[in-house]
Design a protein around this ligand. Structure first.
Ligand code: PMT
Length: 402
């Protein structure tokens, strides 16, 4: 997906600290963010804070031209998909309304044709002053939009209207405006994708269980990326401690049997199933009601096979694209190909879990993608997010071929 560019213009009031939070939230939401600060804004918070949060140099001076190839205020004006002035002081609102361009912020605004949103923050009497009201009316006539300030306790001690809208509120509005547009072209729009992630827990007795090293990171990255690409995502997750990606429907399970039931029940309605979970192949044949007592020397208990969820899906599949993982320690591609065929998959993601940077727990993986048409793509070490993107690119290609 092409990331949208937000130019955040910060003018000088106590609410500059909220501008920092806004920068952070916009970056986390996946926008490219660049920041202009006025001289007064820098009296409250340093440009370094905004630089660290946006991972971009902050613009403070029209004449500090670092790159001879461009004229910064024109370049920024053209780069922005949306300009947000937050906080916007009475002074900066007055300047923009009257075409004054005496610093980096106001000069860039005059040079841009991008939509501009103004989020005022000031004392309640300033906000109600006829001069400020008139300037805001002028800007509305020019086509500028306003993010209304909230009522409440103001830093000056008054209670009234003038508090900068909360950063979360501004981000939601921006997402609705910009991503709502972009959603129309998302490649997985209208598709239902079920992803499994994490380990399973197989009880031995009330205090003990068998599990494995899966952290869920690989599966959660796939779910997040699929959702970002417009899919309606169901994430069936074993016990992990990861934040749930936005807009993803989470179904929590513990055992392989619970995962089996959760996946099978939802399979018919899916377009794609991606099984990155590390499901237990065996579970104790008996789950003891009471805690097992210490034995003399050796404790013996038997294990029985769990149901192979993916194999079952392979038998049931009608129109679905079925993607499996293969966690191997030797002869990786040979075993992966065997699983691809035996489980009737469309694609298998093979990882050698003994390799440094691959497999369980870490933030990276090294995988080879093998599809049922005989195509093979070996990827270098990549972040799990990037691996997720690569898998989904392949899924999109397979969906097109249907
Ligand atoms: O969670 P992370 O810490 O990020 O680690 C990622 C990972 C190593 C768990 C992931 O990259 C991975 O390899 N997942 C598959 C792990 C696994 O169980 O592989 P397998 O080769 O044993 O199983 C093959 C496939 O059959 C898998 O898609 C598995 O989900 C599925 N399976 C296995 C057993 C079973 N009873 N039912 C299944 O559906």
């Amino acid at each position: 997906m092409i990331k949208k560019n937000i130019l955040l213009c910060v003018s000088g009031g106590i609410a500059v600290y909220k501008g920092a939070a806004l920068t952070s939230k916009l970056t986390q939401a996946g926008f490219n963010v660049r920041v202009i600060m006025t001289k007064s804004a820098q009296e409250f918070v340093t440009p370094l804070t905004f630089q660290a949060l946006s991972r971009q140099a902050v613009y403070t001076d029209t004449f500090a031209e670092k790159d001879p190839q461009v004229i910064s205020h024109i370049d920024l004006a053209e780069w922005a998909d949306l300009i947000v002035v937050a906080p916007a002081t009475a002074n900066v609102i007055g300047k923009i309304a009257n075409g004054i361009a005496d610093d980096m912020l106001t000069t860039t605004l005059l040079a841009s044709t991008a939509p501009v949103w103004i989020a005022p923050a000031m004392n309640v009497h300033m906000y109600e002053h006829p001069a400020v009201r008139r300037n805001m009316e002028i800007l509305k006539d020019y086509g500028y939009s306003f993010v209304e300030p909230n009522e409440g306790y103001l830093a000056c001690g008054y209670v009234g209207k003038g508090r900068l809208a909360e950063p979360e509120e501004i981000v939601e509005k921006i997402k609705a405006a910009l991503l709502g547009e972009a959603q129309k072209d998302l490649p997985l729009k209208g598709r239902k994708i079920l992803v499994t992630a994490g380990p399973t827990k197989e009880l031995i007795d009330p205090v003990r269980y068998l599990t494995n090293r899966s952290s869920g990171k690989m599966g959660y990255s796939i779910a997040e990326e699929a959702s970002r690409l417009g899919a309606e995502v169901t994430l069936v997750s074993g016990p992990v401690s990861l934040p749930v990606p936005e807009k993803v429907n989470l179904v929590r399970v513990e055992s392989a049997e619970e995962m089996y039931n959760a996946v099978i029940a939802r399979f018919a309605e899916q377009d794609v199933v991606i099984k990155s979970a590390a499901v237990a192949d065996y579970r104790p044949s008996t789950v003891f009601d009471q805690k097992l007592k210490k034995q003399e020397s050796i404790l013996t208990f038997t294990l029985e096979k769990t149901k192979d969820i993916l194999k079952e899906l392979g038998k049931m599949k009608t129109h679905q694209i079925l993607v499996g993982f293969a966690a191997e320690t030797n002869d990786v591609e040979v075993y992966a190909m065997k699983k691809l065929k035996e489980k009737n998959l469309d694609l298998i993601v093979a990882n050698d879990v003994t390799e440094t940077g691959a497999g369980f727990e870490g933030d990276t993986n090294i995988v080879t993608l093998l599809d049922s048409n005989g195509h093979r793509e070996s990827l270098p070490i990549l972040s799990k997010n990037k691996v997720a993107q690569k898998i989904l690119e392949k899924v999109i290609e397979l969906l097109k071929g249907r």
